[in-house]
Write a protein that binds this ligand. Structure first.
Ligand code: F6P
Length: 322
């Protein structure tokens, strides 16, 4: 065990359901180990401006089931500058804070890596609905976002059936198709369109025709936002297939809501592990979920390209949606 007394925690980038569970675990486990724990508000922007408050057991009461992040989040350009990084490090040193836990995406880890150059001990916890961080099977918030898509599509299905329409549902994920793939399989989508793999509009339209011919009364296509202009795609599908086609962009609704039990537990496990690794004297590490185990690995692993999309799941989805 290494002598460490003061730790800070912040959330950065897009919020994700389950972040509060991770914050709670970080705070409570710190206090359990007689450490002082500080919350940094508004991500790196708040760190640079000194929006830092000591947290107590009660600071994280009644939050485990809430979406969003009680620490707030922000995207901060100043953190890309040497001057900004220096100011951020000084805010920590002036308070005697030795370590910083960053809950966010790999973009947020860049800031952590920069702070490590100034001697701050840093740990990254993967928190983003996109599931686009290398080195971990799952990120906090992904499972909830997928469940939100599933829930929303079940509502769309009602109106799609009444009007015998095709619905193309755009889901988030930046350049990553994980939300689309997972939710597409869960709802039995006709087609799943992801940026990682090519698709053929003619084939998609023919599949729609086959479905309607054998009595289907609606069709749902799930498209990841990373594939490009979805309205243009809808126009083409309508043209090729002749079906009345509508577009629904689910947008930020996927970032909100209470975390699923999976994300709550993942947040708690990752938050707890972050404190353990700091007590072991480690720094510049990220917390990962690999094969149902919570481990730590070098932070730089997060900057590697993400492993390819789950091809087996993608192929299965196609086999099931003949
Ligand atoms: O990274 C999370 C995410 O929700 C992406 O899926 C999406 O592309 C992006 O953030 C939206 O960012 P903003 O909230 O800044 O509009």
């Amino acid at each position: 065990m290494v002598e460490i007394k003061k730790i800070a925690v912040l959330t950065s980038g897009g919020d994700a359901p389950g972040m509060n569970s991770a914050i709670r675990a970080v705070v409570r486990k710190s206090i359990f180990h007689s450490l002082q724990i500080y919350g940094v508000y508004r991500g790196y922007e708040g760190l640079i401006n000194g929006e830092i408050k000591e947290m107590e057991l009660g600071s994280v009461a009644d939050i485990v089931h809430r979406g969003g992040t009680i620490l707030r989040s922000a995207r901060c350009d100043e953190m890309f500058t040497k001057d900004g990084q220096k100011k951020a490090a000084m805010q920590l040193f002036n308070r005697g804070i030795e370590a910083l836990i960053v809950i966010g995406g790999d973009g947020s880890y860049r800031g952590a890596q920069d702070l490590a150059q100034f001697g701050v001990r840093v740990v990254g916890i993967p928190g983003t609905i996109d599931n686009d961080i290398s080195g971990t099977d799952y990120t906090i918030g992904f499972d909830t976002a997928v469940n939100t898509v599933v829930d929303s599509v079940s509502k769309l299905r009602d109106t799609a059936t009444s009007h015998e329409r095709v619905f193309i549902v755009e889901v988030m994920g930046r350049k990553c198709g994980d939300i689309a793939l997972r939710s597409g399989v869960a709802i039995g989508a006709e087609s799943i369109l992801i940026p990682e793999l090519p698709f053929d509009l003619q084939e998609i339209s023919e599949k729609l025709l086959r479905g309607f011919k054998r009595g289907k009364n609606h069709s749902i296509i799930i498209a990841a936002e990373g594939i490009g202009d979805i309205r243009d795609l809808a126009r083409k599908i309508e043209e090729y297939s002749g079906f009345d086609t509508r577009v629904t962009i689910l947008g930020h609704i996927q970032r909100g809501g209470a975390p699923s039990a999976f994300d709550s537990v993942l947040g708690a496990r990752m938050g707890g592990k972050a404190i353990e690794v700091l007590l072991e004297g480690k720094s510049e590490v990220m917390i990962s979920f690999i094969k149902n185990d919570i481990i730590d690995r070098p932070l730089k692993d997060a900057f590697k390209p993400k492993p390819p999309i789950d091809r087996k799941l993608y192929n299965l989805a196609n086999e099931l949606a003949i």
